[in-house]
Design a binder for this molecule. Structure first.
Ligand code: UD1
Length: 418
């Protein structure tokens, strides 16, 4: 059942509820092992990335179990194993976020390196620089990062050369158990970083300034507070539905989201002649008029998110005129262009730039997802196209979208698994 088949050409209409944020859930799950008390997390999406991370922390001795469809209970008190093995880590890059918390709690860690992935080499030098700045001694051998901390981690001033989401999160988590104060300068400002900081504070940490360029953490000897915490909504899942609504000339209201997190995308959709109406925790996307071409540059938050770039490329492939996308975050994120071309798109890729000449229509074809968001883009393309589109490697899509077929089906799309 690793294929999704779509009969396209229907505008999406209706209401859809957005689930919890994948990237915030992964970071918070890693952070939960800093605590010694029971933690209950609400709004956790039951997607394969989350399930793999649960398997990893359970293999380390934690006890994480689903209480209901999106509530997870974690008992981290019996965590004993400081090793995250390769056969699990290779399935999930974000398991590199265990390095900071494991080092901070146990003074040593052995985490398999996840390696590169289809969207780029994804180095970890900034993670290492930050953790070494806190006093960890790190070495890499046979594909594993080994770390030890002589005594305890010590608060320090860490400047990030680039506001990396993962490095900010790893350093922030480790600093919570360091002696003294840590400053992370040029830190990432993504909403998921803020969510992680809020969670850390709710288990007794002292983190201030998340969402700005400088995060200040006052280390504590232990984190002994249990908590119940609800994860923020997934802005990328929401964004994918917004683009799918716009690309099919539909009218969709998204519920349970934080509109300000979507502002970079809403602004671009409005520029493309789409109506976007904001409610308190809803957004309505209505596309009645002919779309206009736009230019996009991906940037760290609050710039345009790299995770929405591929879906927009699908939409722009039938937008009259010439659009341009510049990808500034990951060097290899245009692979979906070749798949869209199989459906009739006209896209030229030159290094980090893609130029898209709008064609009158896409036609259904057999295509393959190469990563999570390219898979989402092919879903958008399939919904727009005439005829039948068969998307191979749907397993990538399952990494980040819960109940995608059901949700799209409820908006009037025709699609099924094969
Ligand atoms: C996170 C998100 C991912 C999103 C990305 C950018 C998770 C689980 N994943 O990934 O969905 O696309 O943010 O918003 O939250 N870099 C270095 N050295 C490092 C770390 C990063 O050079 O040590 C570079 C990367 O190669 C990339 C850029 O920094 O070019 C951004 O990466 P980063 O913000 O770290 O992304 P992730 O945390 O991996």
């Amino acid at each position: 059942m690793d294929r999704i088949v779509i009969t396209g050409g229907k505008p999406l209409r209706g209401r859809v509820k957005i689930g919890g944020a994948k990237n915030a859930s992964l970071a918070v799950l890693c952070a939960s092992i800093l605590s010694r008390e029971t933690i209950v997390l609400d709004n956790i999406p039951n997607i394969s990335d989350v399930r793999v991370l649960i398997e990893i922390i359970n293999s380390m001795g934690a006890r994480a179990t689903w209480e209901n469809i999106d509530t997870l209970k974690i008992i981290p008190s019996e965590l004993v194993n400081v090793e995250a093995p390769y056969h699990l880590v290779k399935k999930l890059r974000a398991s590199n976020l265990l390095l900071g918390p494991v080092l901070a709690r146990f003074g040593r860690a052995q985490i398999a390196m996840p390696g590169g992935c289809n969207i780029g080499v994804r180095p970890m030098d900034l993670h290492f620089k930050g953790l070494a700045g806190l006093g960890a001694e790190l070495s890499t051998e046979r594909g594993y990062v080994s770390g030890r901390v002589p005594g305890r981690l010590k608060g320090a001033r860490i400047y990030l050369d680039f506001p990396s989401v993962g490095a900010t999160e790893n350093i922030m988590m480790a600093a919570c158990l360091a002696v003294g104060q840590t400053l992370i300068e040029n830190s990432a400002k993504e909403p998921e970083v803020v969510d992680l900081a809020n969670f850390l504070n709710s288990i007794g940490a002292r983190v201030r300034g998340a969402g700005t360029d400088v995060i200040k953490i006052d280390g504590m000897p232990n984190l002994e507070v249990g908590c119940r915490y609800s994860i923020i909504p997934d802005r990328i899942e929401a964004g994918t539905f917004m683009v799918a609504a716009a690309a099919t000339g539909g009218d969709v209201t998204l519920e349970n989201l934080i509109p300000v997190h979507l502002e970079p995308l809403s602004a671009k959709l409005r520029e493309a002649n789409v109506d976007v109406f904001e409610g308190e925790d809803t957004l309505r996307v209505k596309a009645e008029r002919m779309l206009r071409p736009i230019d996009i540059k991906t940037m760290p938050y609050p710039g345009f998110p790299t995770d929405m770039q591929s879906q927009l490329m699908a939409m722009l492939s039938t937008t009259p005129g010439t659009s341009m996308i510049i990808e500034n975050i990951f060097e290899n994120r245009f692979m979906v262009a070749n798949e869209l071309k199989r459906m009739g798109a006209r896209i030229k890729v030159e290094g980090r730039m893609a130029v898209i000449e709008g064609v009158p229509a896409l036609h259904g074809a057999q295509v393959k997802a190469t990563d999570l968001r390219s898979g989402a883009a092919l879903i958008v393309a399939g919904l727009m196209a005439t005829g039948e589109t068969e998307i191979f490697n749907a397993v990538y899509i399952d990494r980040g979208y819960h109940n995608l077929e059901e949700k799209l089906g409820s908006l009037g799309a025709t699609l099924w698994r094969k």
